[in-house]
Design a protein around this ligand. Sequence first.
Ligand code: 15L
Length: 267
Amino acid sequence: MPRHRFSRLLLTGAAGGLGRVLRPRLAAYCDRLRVSDHAALGDAAAHEELAPAALQDGAAVLALLQGVDAVVHLGGVSVEAAFERILQANIVGVFNLYEAARKQGVKRIVFASSNHVVGFYRQNEVLDTRVPPRPDTLYGVSKAFGENLASMYHDRYGIETVCLRIGSATPQPENRRMLATWLSHDDLERLVIAGLTAPSAGHTVIYGTSDNATRWWDNTLAGHLGYRPRDSADPWRDELEAVEPLDPRNAAQTWQGGAFVHLGPYD
Ligand code: 15L
């Protein structure tokens, strides 16, 4: 049985890739799960409330947070895109979310940030969570904005946020880079639940990976969250190294953000 049960959780981005993974899993941790997205949400399960909303609509987001204990914020654009799209979903949208949390008295947010906040560090560096951002995309810049906004709302208003710099949350690792960045779906659930239930979170940044032998990221400063990954990309190592030989000219093997360093610009 889960050790903590919420009355009502809000999941934004519920129709997106990771939203669809977490939606059924969060049911075990709350009486009511409010699921939101601007895209179609399908039918509501017995414990669910469907709440379609666009993040750039401040009034809609204010209503979205009414009566919720905590938020898992996956909403927004999750890859590189034209600046106007990023601006509306990830800058205006995350501002609307924090303003709504302030006005509705919501005190805990788990924010899906991204490894692309630090994508322009090299793969031979090990980063803790205090290194200066080196975003690889406008998307990465927008996630750095979200992390900083969360910090301000913690210092000014006491809203606690756990910022998850998610690596690559796919069913299984797909390439050499994912030997470091892979986060299994079960570990994603563990990470989100650690962020939601840690007795004290303050403003914490944590890298989201499984227990992979190849490590670029050091979560020592987030130890108080108690996140313990149980999966690993290592069983796929031989197979992935065989199909993708070492190539020093390959951006995907050079930069922590991989191929994102070459994406865009999009008009
Ligand atoms: C991300 O932030 C993206 O949302 C996801 O699509 C992957 O590209 C992931 O990073 C990654 O770096 O593998």
